[in-house]
Design a binder for this molecule. Structure first.
Ligand SMILES: Cc1cc2nc3c(=O)[nH]c(=O)nc-3n(C[C@H](O)[C@H](O)[C@H](O)COP(=O)(O)OP(=O)(O)OC[C@H]3O[C@@H](n4cnc5c(N)ncnc54)[C@H](O)[C@@H]3O)c2cc1C
Length: 420
């Protein structure tokens, strides 16, 4: 089916059937075999070009009318409902879409932010190319001295004629090394209080004055980067939202991020639990009462996470803006994933605790074990999520932060408390 043949109005059932048939013909099936998954990860990372494959697949999704489901038609979206989006996720569950992690920030955070706060010109310039797979985006927020306390960022942008000149450094910028554009949060008015002197910009990641240095993680992957700005000049029409009102724009990005991380794919979670059961059988421990108790506990925790995700999606179905339930979902996901990894490590023993490229089965579980601590950090740490829940759900008093309302430039450079 080409773009011209995509029906304008489509019932959820018809859409689900069409999406299922299209994916059957175009997408690789998700393997339930842990070894196949390991193989795919290894060949995907080393043998082929996963970024080019993701861009090609995204272009095909666009032609088939299977992307941008709730985004406005004026910018290339389908303007369907959340029920269609949920139907697509269900149809896609048995498949391993090449777009996966590569486009997650583009569609989960940056696209929604440009749609909510961008100018008409920005929406026309960026949204359809994202949907067509021509642009991958990244999030340039965290800095060496500002993560939990994001509003303490020090990267500066100073107006110079019809440009802004940017200096400073970002860190943990996921996918910056293969991104085409980034959403950059910078300080434009140090004389204002810390939350009020920030501005959001779109940055072309290939401009002179911008240097990207990948960081190697303990699981061997290079997922995120340091990004340096040395007199980077960006055009004045790159501001997203209002000058000095970047905190409001950033909140949109962060709320979408928490919902994406906390309301995430049930299919991945189910596959993880099923593989754990398989591992217990292979290790000859499936009938061990203590192991069975832990397996049951893992199953229950993952089911609860699934229900929290469902609650997040249901709230969205009713048109409720993303709120603190994203934080609850994110906390629960991190906790249950860590439990799963710990049990896998106990079952697999020493061969899981050490990296060994020759043992394919070990590679996947080792990778999980080494990656899972990041779930309590990425998108806001567990402690910060708990602060948000305490503040907005339980109604506890906000954390005390001296100097919060004074000029940012009067603050010392030392560590500060989270104000997100
Ligand atoms: C896999 C991964 C991907 C990421 N991708 C991106 C990205 O694409 N773009 C981006 O901009 N950033 C990204 N990040 C950065 C992430 O948002 C930050 O790491 C996170 O917000 C924590 O900030 P920090 O690392 O500076 O830790 P810090 O803020 O220095 O925190 C250190 C410790 O102190 C605790 N702490 C801090 N303040 C408080 C408080 N008020 N109360 C209680 N405890 C507190 C924290 O919980 C933590 O345990 C990524 C991180 C990871 C792990």
């Amino acid at each position: 089916m080409s773009e011209q043949d995509v029906p304008e109005v489509e019932s959820v059932e018809a859409f689900r059937d069409r999406a299922g048939s299209w994916l059957d013909a175009h997408a690789p099936r998700r393997s339930t075999d842990r070894q196949d998954v390991a193989e795919q990860q290894v060949t995907g990372a080393r043998g082929r070009d996963p970024i080019a494959a993701a861009k090609r697949f995204q272009a095909e999704l666009f032609e088939a009318g299977l992307t941008g489901l709730r985004w406005p038609r004026a910018y290339g979206g389908r303007e369907l409902t959340l029920a269609h989006e949920i139907a697509f996720a269900a149809a896609a569950a048995p498949f391993d879409l090449p777009t996966g992690f590569v486009f997650s920030i583009t569609f989960g955070m940056c696209g929604p932010t440009v749609l909510a706060h961008g100018t008409e010109q920005q929406k026309r310039r960026y949204i359809e190319p994202m949907l067509r797979g021509a642009q991958i985006w990244c999030q340039l927020f965290s800095e060496p001295g500002a993560g939990s306390d994001l509003a303490a960022i020090r990267t500066s942008a100073v107006r110079d004629g019809d440009h802004w000149v940017v200096n400073g450094q970002k860190v943990w910028s996921s996918g910056a090394h293969y991104s085409d554009f980034g959403l950059l949060l910078a300080r434009t008015a140090p004389e204002l209080p810390k939350h009020r002197g920030l501005t959001m910009f779109v940055v072309d990641m290939r401009r002179p004055g911008l240097t990207i240095r990948p960081l190697r993680q303990m699981n061997g992957a290079e997922h995120f980067n340091e990004v340096f700005f040395d007199d980077l000049r960006i055009p004045a029409d790159s501001v997203v939202g209002e000058v000095n009102d970047g905190w409001r724009t950033a909140i949109t990005t962060l709320m979408n991020e928490r919902v994406a991380l906390g309301g995430g794919a049930d299919s991945d979670r189910q596959a993880g639990v099923e593989n754990l059961f398989r591992l217990a059988r292979a290790a000859g421990r499936y009938d061990d009462p203590v192991v069975r108790d832990r397996l049951a506990r893992t199953y229950i925790e993952h089911s609860i996470v699934g229900l929290i995700g469902q609650r997040v999606r249901d709230a969205a179905l009713r048109g409720v803006a993303p709120g603190p339930e994203g934080s609850i979902g994110k906390l629960a996901t991190a906790r249950s994933d860590k439990g799963l990894a710990a049990l896998a490590a106990d079952l697999g023993g020493a061969r899981i605790a050490a990296w060994d490229d020759s043992g394919r089965d070990c590679t996947v579980w080792t990778d999980l074990l080494l990656s899972v601590p990041a779930r309590s950090i990425a998108g806001g740490t567990d402690e910060v999520q708990k602060n948000i829940v305490g503040d907005r759900v339980l109604g506890l008093p906000r954390e005390h932060e001296p100097g919060r309302h004074g000029p940012f430039r009067d603050r010392t450079a030392g560590p500060e408390t989270a104000g997100q």
